[in-house]
Structure formats: structure tokens, C-alpha cells
Design a protein around this ligand. Structure first.
Ligand code: DC
Length: 235
């Protein structure tokens, strides 16, 4: 077991993992780690360097040659982002949020060696500080001994509506049907892949956010962690 407190959150696309994790991290003073951003950075690197999204060896080399830093946004960076991502010192926090990069991320995430490389980086981060880490394989691969394991989910239509709204807010005019179709495809890729697919592990706390506000979800998780922390102090 790590000396640090670890909250591991997995769940499908647009379940609210990002917003919920960041707010939980803020309330508890933990570091928020968005592991999807690392898969996105990998896809972004591939697109920038014209490397095929299934060229495992070249992608691993690219990751090894790059520095990927993630931190809670500082005061100058409060532009709606959940986390700040620096790739070789360049702020790519927004550049990795396009649908093209997202769909590329889902593809590079199928590659075993890419996953191994990124999981190592994620474990190194969690070894240094208390974290709320979210992704698809955090509860069983990255942090199998996490203090709290959560599977955060919501119905497909609810998630597609949330994603649609999010895209509209950012100025995109993509239609709902396309967003919905893309979401189903992403679910299929994330849950159906051979290496470390998204799944609900034994003992995970399943939180369905379809009928809950963000605040309600955050309060639920924070309350549970506080009780756990008190119990630890009593022993
Ligand atoms: O959460 P997101 O949409 O930013 O993630 C982008 C892609 O990365 C998503 O399709 C699944 C993949 N991913 C993964 O396979 N494992 C993780 N721990 C996080 C994300």
C-alpha cells in the first residue's frame, strides 16, 4: 500500500469523471490526474509527426522522448480547463481536446506497449502525492491498491447530451446524432479492447450520475473519504 491516499475513478466517456475528479481533488487538497490526457497527448504527437496511430514502436519512442507534465491550473490559466498539460514545455491543454485527438487517443490506447509506458508514468505521479486519478484502468491496473475505487457512469443518452453541450459551449456546431454515434463507438472501443478494457472491478463503488448534480456526486465522494480518513486516525 502507498503512503499516500489514492482515489481511483474509472468510467465511460462523458460520465463526468473530469469535473467530479477535479472538484473532489480541490476539496481534499489532492492532485487531480487526468490519465486520458496522456493518451490524448500520444495521439496528438502522432498526428503532429505524421506517425500512424497503430505504429506501436514509433509511438513508444515518441513518448519516451517527450516530457509530459500535468498539474492543477494556476491563477493565469483559469479558462475553463480542468487540468494543465505541458508537452515538452508547451501548453497543449486545449489542443488535445478536439474530437480528432480524442478519437486518435482511443486508437493508441489499444496498444499494449503504449499503455505500459503511460501506466508507469501514472504510477510515478501517484507515488509522490495524494491523488484523484481518473481513466479506464485505474481501479485495477494503475492503482490496484487504491483506498477508494469508483466506477462513475451515466446513461448513454445523458452522456451524449452532456458531451454535445460541452462541444457547443466550445463553439462547435456538431449535431447531437453525430455525438451520440461517436460516443457509442468510443464505448465499444474502450470496453471491447483486448488490453485493459474499461470494466467494473469487484468491490468498486458504482456511482450512476444520470440523476445527480455534480455537487451531489462530489459531496458523496468527499463525505466517504472524510469518514475513511477519520477511521484511519482512530486506529
Ligand atoms: O477520458 P478521455 O476521453 O480523455 O480519454 C481518451 C481516450 O483514452 C479514451 O478513448 C480511452 C483512453 N484511455 C484509456 O484507455 N485508459 C485510461 N486510463 C484513460 C483513457
Amino acid at each position: 500500500m502507498s503512503d499516500h491516499f489514492q482515489i481511483a475513478i474509472d468510467g465511460p466517456v462523458a460520465a463526468g469523471k473530469g469535473t467530479v475528479s477535479r472538484l473532489v481533488a480541490e476539496r481534499l487538497g489532492f492532485l487531480y490526474v487526468d490519465t486520458g490526457a496522456m493518451y490524448r497527448v500520444t495521439a496528438y504527437l502522432a498526428l503532429q509527426n505524421s506517425i500512424d496511430l497503430d505504429d506501436e514502436a514509433k509511438l513508444v519512442e515518441l513518448i519516451k522522448d517527450s516530457s509530459i507534465e500535468m498539474r492543477n491550473p494556476n491563477d493565469d490559466e483559469r479558462d475553463g480547463r480542468q487540468t494543465t498539460v505541458l508537452l515538452n514545455g508547451e501548453d497543449v491543454s486545449w489542443k488535445i481536446r478536439t474530437e480528432a485527438v480524442g478519437s486518435g487517443a482511443s486508437k493508441v490506447a489499444m496498444l499494449k506497449k503504449v499503455r505500459e509506458e503511460l501506466v508507469k508514468k501514472q504510477q510515478q505521479i501517484a507515488a509522490k502525492t495524494n491523488v484523484v486519478m481518473e481513466g479506464r484502468d485505474i481501479t485495477y491496473r494503475v492503482l490496484p491498491d487504491a483506498d477508494v475505487k469508483i466506477y462513475l457512469t451515466a446513461g448513454e443518452v445523458v452522456r451524449a447530451k452532456r458531451r454535445h453541450l460541452q462541444l457547443q459551449t466550445r463553439g462547435s456546431d456538431v449535431g447531437f446524432d453525430e455525438v451520440y454515434k461517436e460516443l457509442l463507438l468510443r464505448d465499444e472501443q474502450d470496453m471491447g479492447r483486448t488490453h485493459d478494457p474499461l470494466k467494473i472491478v469487484d468491490g468498486a463503488w458504482v456511482v450512476d450520475t444520470s440523476d445527480l448534480s455534480i455537487d451531489q456526486v462530489v459531496n458523496l465522494i468527499v463525505a466517504k473519504v472524510k469518514v475513511m480518513q477519520q477511521n484511519v486516525h482512530k486506529h
